[in-house]
Design a binder for this molecule. Sequence first.
Ligand code: ADP
Ligand code: GLC
Length: 712
Amino acid sequence: MAQKKTTPAKQKVAGAAAAPAAEKKTTAAAKKAAPVAEKTAPAAQKATAAEKTAVTEKAEPAKKPVAAEKTAPAAKKPAAAEKAAPAAKKPAAAEKAVPAGKKPAAAEKTETAAKKPAAAEKAKPTAKKAAAAEKAEPVASKTTVKKTKPAAKKAAPAAEAEKPAKSADKPAAPVTEAPKPAEEKAAPAPAEVKPEAVESAPAEPVEPAQTEEVQPVEQAPEEPHYDTPRRSVAFIGSECHPFVKTGGLGDVMYALPRELVKQNCDVRVILPRYACIPQKYQDKMIYRGEFYMDLGKTGRNYYVGIMEYVWDGVVYDFIDNQEFFSAGNPYISLVDDIPKYCFFSKAALAALNYMNWIPDVIHCHDWQAALVPVYLHTFFQDTPVGHAKTVLTIHNLRFQGIYNIPTIQYWTGLPDEVFNMGALKQDYEDANMLKGGLAYADRITTVSYTYAQEIQTPEYGEKLDAHLRYHNYKLRGIVNGIDYGMWNPATDPALAVNYDITNVLDHKMENKRALQEELGLVQDEGKFVIGLISRLTNQKGLDLVNAIVPDLMDGNTQVVVLGTGDKQYEDTFRYYENAYRGMFCACIQYDESRAHRIYAGADALLVPSRFEPCGLTQLNAMHYGTLPIVRETGGLKDTVQPYNVFDGEGNGFTFDRYDAGLLLDAVNRAKTEYFVNRYHWDEVVQRDMAKDVSWANSARQYKDLYLELTPW
Ligand code: ADP
Ligand code: GLC
């Protein structure tokens, strides 16, 4: 398995000289040098902790003001640096935090009991205190500043762990005090989210229309009735449609919070404020506050700005720091990404404290946010946010955030205790961010039931199968859905012709012709059009596709590929386009609206993945009346029932072993139904469009999980 590690020789420190291994969803353009690592970690090229500290101290005066000036968009607070970030480490915290041998059930029970009263207070959302938050003292600020300096100077982790002992009383104060502000300003309740939402989301046209008419009282929007208690949830992740998306994670981060809002959740999504977020969204963000935060052993305080955008009941908080987030792509290489996400995960927690918005549950996603549970059980344990429960969702186990221990220690400052084999440590000298997160999270989910089983086996476990088996009491699979607002052929503005289940058979043909015209294919609605919309990586089964293309091209079949990724696949598809002009189209690009037109215009969609945690393209396809041809793995297995020629049941065409011959066989079975038994084919088209692939059911399972964790 292609694991993203660096060569040992280059792993010394702070990422400066490390070899960038293939990173998830890294685009070709992103393979450039790593500005952040170069800028921020010159010190890291020295091997010893002492050397590192010396150099970073030098760096501090030069960098800090620059970052602060550049990024602080509004009134700067001279004292901001003093406010600094998160909590002080408690000496005992590290010990407690070590999860090995933890008895889950018992531990949970005690925690729950202890936290009941506080949690009940927290349950009320405090999202609305924009003004207050600007002024707000970060709860743990004083303690942090005190902690930061000595820790940075003497890097020895043991000493670091002892230090807070002297000031053990101090961290204690903010902890007990912390809930008070929350109580006082308390929970203006869900309704109060609305005014702010209207203000900052210009897209919402409702309010002006209503005010003109002076509606009688009974016209006021009805309070929705919920059948489950309200919970507040902070989503923390590295991408989210429409701000930034490289794959399905972006879709989930968009759709699931929206659905959870409908299911009585108060949701805040915390994201990096990447410079590549389109300007139209940047313009809608409102300055929410800023503070400074220490980071690992860098010896520096880093600017953390919070920019906010409220949209359809979901609050998006973007963590601003130009040093880390100024690249043109979210993912670059591990050299950049490791420090970036060490910073991001910590800043996200500190921001929650700063905003005084303490969620019941923190739901983090993939390795980029996997340090959140680790930070929470160490630095933040005795701060307000430390009471939150954590859920960590694995969207793709292949990417884990692995680097050598000194580097991760340098960027996180986490105590030695967490670098044990039960948590972050892997093999002899590596730290694995995802592995650590899995150890500390209260619950682990992944995006399908089958993948949850698969990852506990050596074949799919990406070297974490034993770790996952150890933690499987808290692991569960919840299959993804798709957002019916974003994916709806009846209203989709990208399509040539809109359609629904009643007229799909006619209108799909029109979309097919329009697609053929758009892509320069032979315009003939009698051709069988196969789409493939994918990141072009080893995961997606493209070797199988490449092996069978010549067999597919029988004169009646057209193939449309949309994707970017590994050069070898891009080049092969370009070659085929050239070889089969008018019948094969290789769109080597990322194009959201073209993707919609392919879903609508193709007859079938290929997803022959080597592994697939869930997969969304087969869901989109079915919802657009396009039959999936998939390998029976992960979420593909859970969402596509094989077509049975004898009873006519099923949603698509499937094959099991990773084998080109079996893929070809599945495609040929599909073609037979299409050309010979069109009546049956059309039935499946309509059945697939009627199938429930929405988020409603799955969001409900997440809500149940949150309630299990917070049973008050
Ligand atoms: P993964 O997250 O592994 O990439 P998923 O199937 O979960 O796979 O999600 C892929 C998402 O990205 C889908 O919404 C799909 O439509 C979209 N997508 C993938 N490649 C492209 C592309 N080149 N252009 C537009 N959308 C794409
Ligand atoms: C990952 C997986 C994909 C899944 C997506 C959203 O990128 O590769 O299967 O659908 O995340 O969960």
